[in-house]
Design a protein around this ligand. Structure first.
Ligand SMILES: [Mg+2]
Length: 233
């Protein structure tokens, strides 16, 4: 007998290679703005500035709309880039919300799972962007149920969004549900709050935290097949 019948996936950072999606969006924004892009120097600088900005955001020093533009103003100054940082900032956000590159092993995995499991998606994000990106990525057609936080007004780790995802997929049994996600604080904590088993997708081998313990931990998504006992099928 199968232990799990419903697999609930997080989107960004789990099915979607978010780093690659960011890299592409950045390069594309410069191209669209007609500014030469030097990834080797701009990308690490942008990554550093962006991380600093998010720290400021968490401290309440900067608002989200300010952050979006300010990181590019600082980047332009730091790298001596001529051009309009406001324009690049706007293009970048628009590219980000209109693109989604899946990790290479995702579609073959979903293809393998689809005949034997119900599949669902649970994501914190804006409804239009997430629905569009899901369709664009090619993963949308595999999903029996989809829960986007902005659509239902509840976000992970609130158990309400999990409840919605199960209902949307027509699956009532929590015991046979497994959530798979890269975020301990939203996916794993959310799964724990909802009372289902959890699988932490940890591709970069980050150190865990003692207060949020997943049922399973994997470095690569296909390792999920081992957990499901599907390796010989
Ligand atoms: Mg994620």
């Amino acid at each position: 007998m199968k232990k799990y019948e419903f697999l609930l996936f997080d989107f960004d950072g789990t099915l979607v290679d978010y780093d690659r999606t960011e890299r592409w969006s950045l390069a594309e924004a410069f191209r669209q703005a007609g500014i030469a892009y030097h990834e080797k120097s701009y990308l690490p600088e942008y990554t550093r500035i962006n991380a600093e900005m998010w720290k400021d955001f968490e401290k309440g020093v900067v608002s989200a709309p300010e952050l979006r533009v300010k990181r590019f103003r600082i980047l332009f100054q730091a790298c001596g880039i001529e051009g309009n940082p406001e324009l690049v900032a706007a293009l970048y956000v628009s590219n980000l919300s209109g693109s989604a590159f899946l990790f290479d092993d995702v579609l073959p995995l979903l293809e393998k799972l689809r005949p034997r499991y119900k599949l669902g998606l649970i994501t914190n994000g804006l409804k239009e962007a997430q629905r569009k990106r899901l369709a664009l990525s090619g993963a949308g057609m595999y999903m029996d149920g989809v829960a986007v936080s902005d659509e239902i007004g509840i976000q992970k780790p609130d158990p309400g969004i999990f409840e919605y995802a199960l209902r949307d997929a027509g699956h009532a049994d929590r015991k046979t549900t497994l959530v798979i996600g890269d975020s301990l604080s939203s996916d794993i904590q959310g799964g724990i709050n909802f009372g289902i088993d959890t699988c932490w997708f940890n591709p970069k081998g980050k150190t865990g935290v003692p207060e949020i313990v997943p049922t399973y931990e994997i470095r690569r998504l296909p390792e999920l097949l081992g957990i499901l006992g599907e390796e010989n099928h």
